[in-house]
Design a binder for this molecule. Structure first.
Ligand code: ADE
Length: 178
């Protein structure tokens, strides 16, 4: 039987033990980007999910940095806009920011104030859900702008870190779970 889109995607994700430090099994999505058929399969699967469950979406919001690799492709496929959530200090003009906890210390996420309007329906996208700290911060930014988060989408969900709990009540759609 022909290989499914999901199998094609799965074949283009590599695992590196003990990167960036001992005990971490790093999921590397670079092979996905190197193979146009595999990358198309990712966007096809995301598009199918949006058309089924999030037809009213106004905007795709991508997370720094690997959300920027998939978000614009999905947004263009859907015929809607893409905006960036960045680490603090990277965006010009008036910005809105939120502080969040990392494994060690703190960070801040930021959007341009005019990037999202009150009442807009948005989908958040990133490559991977780990503890959910960054996606949670992005949800907080959307709340500050009075935008409606329809859900979060990632290529990979790391189940044991239980990030899905952190982003509640928002829904998560993941292509692959480890
Ligand atoms: N970010 C956080 N945990 C990760 C992992 N295991 N692989 C890739 N990116 C990550």
């Amino acid at each position: 039987s022909p290989e499914s889109k999901l199998q094609l995607v799965q074949r283009h994700i590599r695992a590196f033990p003990d990167f960036p430090k001992k005990g971490i099994l790093f999921r590397d999505i670079c092979p996905l980007l190197k193979d146009p058929a595999a990358l198309t399969a990712v966007i096809d699967l995301f598009e199918e999910q949006v058309r089924k469950n999030y037809q009213q979406v106004d905007l795709i919001v991508g997370l720094d940095a690997r959300g920027f690799l998939f978000g614009p492709l999905l947004a263009q496929r859907l015929g809607i806009g893409f905006v960036l959530v960045r680490k603090k200090g990277k965006l010009p003009g008036t910005t809105v920011s939120v502080a969040y906890e990392l494994e060690y210390g703190k960070a801040e996420a930021e959007i341009q104030e005019d990037a999202v309007s009150p009442g807009q329906k948005v989908l958040l996208i990133d490559d991977l859900l780990a503890t959910g700290g960054t996606l949670f911060a992005a949800c907080e930014l959307m709340k500050k702008r009075k935008a409606e988060v329809l859900g979060c989408m990632v290529v990979i969900e790391l189940k044991e870190l239980n990030g899905v709990e952190k982003i509640k009540p928002h829904s998560l759609f993941s292509l692959l779970q480890y």
